[in-house]
Design a protein. Structure first.
Length: 233
């Protein structure tokens, strides 16, 4: 990009002595203009005549350097944005974990799952799903799954991310038509409940996609796995 400066009458321009006096009085001015100076040098420095058959690469090198600096700056800004997003997500997951751990009864847990976690995690649905054998309290607040469903859905994995769903009634019942993508995390069986799933559902397709990180969702599943043992009927 070539810089264009507005036309200023010569009588209004500062003299060389005034410019030098200004720079001496403000030693931090030039370092702060590093990007502008680099662009001026790259755009306006003429190629030097070094003789027949000799190519002056100085201008090309400066332009390449300017491009590299711009790309590095853009990459740094993207990394900063990603870091901020990750910190925000981590903060929200910690809040969700605290909501699960603060629950003392099954009803408290149902409220945490149904109200607190969707709001904190910015999803549309968080659902506890259990295969047969759940105690009465947990059976009351969970989606019932036929035996073997967890292994059918997850195979040998503990997590699964699905970008596009097609009427997953078995998990979401009457709300299946609203859930377009989801994340499923295994809940291992314990002496207090059978094997199950923690499901995160979204109305938007591709909210969850294969290849995304699942560590934070697995962390929440582990917190729920521990909390279920302590919720009173």
């Amino acid at each position: 990009m070539t810089l264009h400066t507005p036309s200023i009458p010569a009588s209004d321009l500062p003299s060389e002595e005034q410019v030098l006096a200004f720079l001496q009085a403000h030693p931090d001015f030039l370092p702060a203009q590093e990007g502008v100076i680099a662009r001026l040098l790259a755009d306006h420095m003429p190629d030097r005549d070094l003789g027949t058959g000799v190519v002056d690469f100085q201008g090309h090198a400066l332009r390449a350097l300017r491009t590299e600096i711009t790309e590095l700056r853009q990459e740094a800004q993207e990394l900063i944005r990603t870091a901020r997003d990750n910190m925000s997500l981590q903060h929200r997951v910690h809040g969700a974990a605290l909501a699960l751990m603060a629950a003392e009864t099954v009803e408290d847990g149902a409220k945490a799952l149904g109200e607190d976690l969707p709001l904190l995690l910015e999803v549309d649905l968080v659902l506890l799903c259990l295969e047969p054998g759940a105690p009465e309290g947990l059976a009351r607040i969970s989606q019932h799954l036929p035996e073997g469903t967890v292994d059918t859905l997850l195979g040998g994995s503990d997590t699964r991310l699905r970008a596009h769903l097609h009427d997953e009634t078995m998990l979401y019942g009457e709300g299946a038509g609203l859930i377009e993508s989801d994340a499923l995390v295994r809940l291992p069986a314990t002496d207090s409940h059978p094997v199950g799933l923690l499901a995160f559902g979204s109305r938007r397709a591709r909210t969850f996609e294969p290849g995304q990180g699942t560590e934070l969702m697995s962390f929440l599943s582990a917190v729920l796995h521990h909390s279920l043992r302590h919720w009173k009927e």
